[in-house]
Design a protein. Structure first.
Ligand code: ZN
Length: 551
């Protein structure tokens, strides 16, 4: 054991007395130090492809190196680098967006930003020209064989614009087994665009309704009408239709009316498994706009503790390193989005885990620590890794992601982003219980948080994956204090320049929680177990498809 590299000072609660001297210790002071450095003004808010990226990547590499880990990134002339190059597509609409709908009698223009939100095309087109394309309503646009649900019924979408509802068919009490108010991946807007692209649709228009979307039109407008990013793809047209857009509910209702249809009646029909796609007969859709498309370069940072017995099997930890950079100043004039909690805390946790694994005898399986880029641009660093894995996903036993942990607490509970059923969560819950911590499921499953954190990029490819979240029931002050603090953070600091380091933060809860995540990963790395998703999970099929590769 390399005593020198050991993390000193125990802040962990419940460290077993036996062999305590040999166990890695997780220290709140060290966590604080890393958060303070990474969220300092010198790191300029850690924006992708800026000097802030260079500083952040260099800091992470130096820390992983000092922890005794191995570089685990791209293979360069037979040697692993510390980083994986992540080319990203940057797409921006230049000039006006002309959108018109024609019903044979009248031609109506829709205004970009107010009635419709057209995204910059990410299929590589520099000029989007759609002339009088037919429209077809495809309900919720869900194809879920494991749930016996198919909204398409063989309809051909080539050359057509698909109009689709947000969320999944049972959200308003409709038929189907999609978790009721909770959202499955079929309900998420990303799924809608992906599924229509797979089916070769010319375009997709998602009807925005505030309740099933879980956010208002302002959010739709802000996140869809500015610069868009995607991973650089070999065949972008396979992943993106030429048109991806949202439409306001009332504008959509007007569109249905022109075709002699009633929106609410059509929606009701879409909530039944007997639903058949409905052409918006006699109505055509036209669009014309220019897109500036370019490639920018960023990096994931990858470090490894190589397994001693089964080095070609992997346990992964991840945290995104990027944040929002320098932007609009707040009322105090501060313009650097320091991102101390989001996600300085996750990075500090990742470094602590790296130091712990580096200080201990090698586990049986390899442990991969991945700091991903461009989470704030749509989970892109993790998506790039999942599309271009450095190590086979079918040999990856599980992933634990950390994003925006609480530097306060400690809490009597923990949570994960969104709702999911998988062995990895059961194992974490059992471990937490032994430490007197309860698992509290996401109280707002309809918000679809499971699909909004980096673990999801691997989950949707079948890798058992969760994003750990700090609890809201503080030992000191209960839910009133813990949830109160979360709500305050969301209101005054989340994605704002006020997300800054505070020297009064104790990091006591985090130190304890990271020790628990270490135990979970170490035991998985020292086992031959392959945890899986529950039988009714939408990710089970993807995992089972590669079952033959795992012994
Ligand atoms: Zn964020």
């Amino acid at each position: 054991m390399k005593t020198a590299a050991r993390v000193l000072l125990a802040a962990a609660i419940g460290t077993p007395a036996v062999h305590a001297a040999d166990l890695p210790q997780f220290d709140g002071k060290r966590l604080a130090q890393d958060v303070q450095v990474l969220s300092s003004d010198a790191f300029e808010g850690r924006a992708v492809a800026t000097p802030g990226e260079d500083k952040t990547v260099a800091y992470l590499v130096a820390q992983f190196n000092a922890a005794g880990l191995q570089p685990a990134g791209d293979l360069v002339r037979g040697k692993r680098a510390w980083t994986q190059d992540v080319p990203l597509g940057r797409f921006e609409i230049t000039g006006p967006v002309a959108v018109t709908v024609d019903d044979g009698k009248a031609r109506t223009a829709y205004t970009q930003g107010s009635e419709i939100a057209v995204r910059a095309a990410m299929n590589g087109a520099r000029q989007v020209v759609i002339a009088r394309a037919p429209l077809v309503f495809v309900g919720y646009g869900v194809s879920a064989p494991e749930r016996n649900w198919d909204d398409f019924k063989g309809v051909d979408l080539k050359g057509k614009i698909a109009v689709v509802l947000i969320n999944d068919p049972d959200v308003d009490g409709g038929e189907g087994n999609f978790g009721g108010k909770a959202m499955t991946y079929y309900g998420r807007w990303t799924y809608k665009y992906e599924e229509m692209a797979r089916r070769g649709a010319l375009g997709t228009i998602i009807v925005h309704e505030p309740a099933p979307a879980a956010y208002g039109w302002a959010t739709v407008k802000n996140s869809n009408t500015n610069v868009m990013y995607d991973i650089a793809r070999q065949d972008p047209a396979a992943a993106h239709s030429v048109l991806e857009a949202w439409i306001q509910r009332d504008a959509a209702a007007g569109l249905f009316q022109r075709a002699g249809l009633d929106f609410d009646a059509a929606k009701k029909q879409a909530q039944t498994s007997a639903f058949q796609p409905v052409p918006l007969a006699g109505v055509t859709f036209s669009a014309n706009f220019a897109v500036d498309a370019r490639v920018i370069h960023s990096k994931n940072v990858a470090a490894m503790r190589r397994g001693a017995v089964r080095p070609d099997q992997y346990v992964m930890y991840s945290a995104h390193w990027d944040h929002l950079g320098i932007g609009q100043p707040d009322a105090t004039g501060h313009a650097i989005y320091n991102g101390a909690v989001d996600n300085g805390t996750g990075l500090a946790a990742l470094l602590a885990l790296g130091r712990a694994f580096g200080s201990q005898p090698a586990p049986q399986r390899s442990v991969l620590l991945l700091a991903v880029t461009a989470e704030e641009k749509g989970l892109l660093g993790s998506e790039y890794y999942a599309s271009n894995p450095l190590y086979p996903l079918d040999q990856t036993a599980g992933l634990i992601n950390m994003d925006a942990l609480s530097p306060k607490g400690p809490a009597r509970n923990f949570t994960i982003s969104g709702n999911a059923k998988l062995d990895l969560l059961d194992q974490l819950t059992a471990r937490a219980k032994a430490r007197g911590l309860a698992y509290t499921p996401d109280p707002q499953p309809e918000a679809g948080r499971f699909f909004r954190s980096d673990h999801f990029s691997l989950a949707k490819r079948g890798v058992p994956a969760i994003s750990f979240g700090s609890g809201n029931d503080w030992i000191d002050g209960g839910v009133a204090a813990g949830q109160g603090d979360k709500d305050r953070y969301t209101a005054v600091a989340y994605h704002q320049p006020a997300d800054r380091f505070d020297p009064t933060w104790s990091f006591g809860g985090m130190a304890r929680d990271v020790a628990m995540l270490y135990d979970l990963g170490r035991d998985l790395a020292n086992s031959t177990a392959w945890p899986n998703w529950s039988a009714d999970s939408e990710f089970r099929q993807a995992r089972d498809a590669s079952a033959g590769m795992r012994k």
